[in-house]
Design a protein around this ligand. Structure first.
Ligand SMILES: *[C@@H]1O[C@H](CO)[C@@H](O)[C@H](O)[C@H]1NC(C)=O
Ligand SMILES: *[C@@H]1O[C@H](CO)[C@@H](O)[C@H](O)[C@H]1NC(C)=O
Ligand SMILES: *[C@@H]1O[C@H](CO)[C@@H](O)[C@H](O)[C@H]1NC(C)=O
Ligand SMILES: *[C@@H]1O[C@H](CO)[C@@H](O)[C@H](O)[C@H]1NC(C)=O
Ligand SMILES: *[C@@H]1O[C@H](CO)[C@@H](O)[C@H](O)[C@H]1NC(C)=O
Ligand SMILES: *[C@@H]1O[C@H](CO)[C@@H](O)[C@H](O)[C@H]1NC(C)=O
Ligand SMILES: *[C@@H]1O[C@H](CO)[C@@H](O)[C@H](O)[C@H]1NC(C)=O
Length: 378
């Protein structure tokens, strides 16, 4: 018993969400419904809501159409095999390419070697959501409870990947977002932008374990929600592990978030909290623990309460307090052109911060920090 406890705490990232996560049996308890290629997609439209064991093998989804797996029967398993293709639509559309929403107790899994291919290279123009045609979002996971998504590999996403909203008790395990091919020069009108890997809102007990992400925007962005854990992850090329931007939405509370045992490499930021200028809300109990930063280009650690100001250089405001911001063992390097730490707090709105073992080096020391609270530094 003691050994088990030890193993659990040293090798897994422990959190409050662990106990609640179900571990699905992968036995073939029901006869599978097997859909393959483009004819498979047509058949799927008639059968999907009656099947509880759906296998999608090298599925070809028509361009401009959502692979709609909403309202599946509780307990359904969806298995992706081979390459699922979402072709380019030249006139553009906003997606999502795939939606698995409004159900419970689902297991969504990608078999080894499988991928969901989004044809992003035909969309990337360095402009993201501000381009001349809309680009599809990828994977909508809304109102899904007590479910597991695992082993799924996303390749060449046009824009945002996972939109997790209104979910409860969701485990996302061993997922890869490979958007390396979109690392083009934005100034030259190339590359992926707004390619967030995980956007999380209005959800609780969400656990993202062992994700590997190569993208060009937030690796994780938590806009609202409670009890969210991201651990054993790798984030490369993007904007880091972020809370926010918080404020100005229908839900503006972020509570109990843990980022643990993860590497953030070649990214604009490492740890980031951004709250919107002149809005209200609450950011409470945020922890980054055992985080390694490598070659960060803008800010190793950044808290900005003036985000998205109506006018340039607007001051930080205090309507979205950041209460309880813990950093433990956050180390690594910022490139010389970047800044190690930047803290820009409103009047009285940054409280109960506790930083231990924070060593972020290599970048500049900011001279613009404002109202740096006790327990932290700049
Ligand atoms: C979040 O976790 C805390 C601590 O484990 C627990 O008391 C609380 O009920 C959880 N909240 C939600 C919304 O699940
Ligand atoms: C599950 O079903 C699939 C498809 O029919 C089959 O290939 C596989 O061998 C089955 N696995 C088990 C454990 O029965
Ligand atoms: C799955 O079934 C639902 C309900 O019949 C339908 O609305 C949806 O379009 C189907 N999905 C696909 C991919 O055809
Ligand atoms: C969840 O689905 C599995 C089948 O995949 C079933 O064995 C289990 O009883 C279901 N659990 C709940 C809580 O419905
Ligand atoms: C704060 O968040 C941690 C996870 O990082 C959680 O274990 C703890 O229960 C939370 N504290 C409170 C008071 O909810
Ligand atoms: C600090 O974090 C690194 C990276 O996760 C880990 O290897 C190291 O053991 C941690 N150090 C302590 C004292 O926990
Ligand atoms: C960080 O930059 C240095 C110098 O350019 C390079 O040698 C190193 O490989 C980079 N590290 C990563 C993780 O890319």
């Amino acid at each position: 018993m003691k050994l088990l406890t030890l193993l659990t705490t040293s090798f897994l990232c422990f959190s409050h969400a662990t106990a609640a996560i179900i571990s699905p049996p992968y036995a073939n308890t029901t006869i599978p419904c097997f859909f393959s290629g483009s004819t498979g997609f047509d058949r799927l439209s008639k059968r999907n809501s009656s099947c509880t064991n759906i296998i999608l093998s090298n599925l070809l989804v028509p361009a401009g159409v959502t692979l709609n797996l909403n309202n599946l029967k509780p307990g359904t398993t969806v298995t992706f095999k081979g390459k699922t293709t979402f072709p380019y639509l030249p006139t553009g559309w906003s997606g999502p390419l795939l939606s698995i929403s409004s159900s419970s107790n689902l297991t969504i899994r990608g078999l080894p070697g499988s991928s969901l291919y989004g044809s992003g290279e035909f969309y990337w123009d360095g402009l993201g959501q501000n381009g001349p045609i809309p680009k599809p979002k990828f994977f909508q996971v809304h109102k899904l409870v007590d479910s597991v998504i695992e082993g799924v590999k996303i390749v060449n996403n046009p824009m945002h990947v996972f939109s997790i909203n209104g979910c409860r008790n969701l485990m996302v395990r061993g997922v890869t977002v490979d958007n390396k091919a979109a690392d083009g020069d934005w100034n030259a009108g190339k590359g992926g932008r707004n390619t967030d890997a995980f956007d999380i809102g209005q959800s609780s007990e969400v656990r993202i374990e062992g994700a590997r992400v190569w993208n060009q925007d937030d690796c994780v962005a938590v806009n609202s929600g409670t009890n969210i854990t991201f651990c054993n992850g790798l984030c490369s090329g993007g904007h880091g592990l972020s809370i926010g931007s918080v404020g100005g939405r229908s839900d503006n509370t972020v509570r109990n978030v843990l980022f643990e045992n993860s590497v953030i490499a070649n990214s604009e930021n490492g740890a980031r909290i951004k709250t919107k200028h002149s809005t209200t809300g609450l950011v409470s109990n945020i922890t980054y623990r055992n985080i390694v930063l490598q070659n960060i280009t803008k800010y190793g650690i950044v808290v900005d309460q003036s985000y998205s100001p109506p006018t340039k250089n607007a001051p930080p405001t205090n309507g979205v307090p950041i209460t309880g911001f813990t950093l433990v063992n956050v180390t690594g390097n910022v490139l010389p052109t970047g800044t190690n730490i930047f803290v820009n707090c409103g009047d009285g709105s940054c409280k109960q911060w506790d930083w231990q073992g924070v060593e972020v080096k290599g970048g500049k020391k900011s001279s613009k920090c404002l109202r740096v609270p006790a327990g932290s530094w700049c």
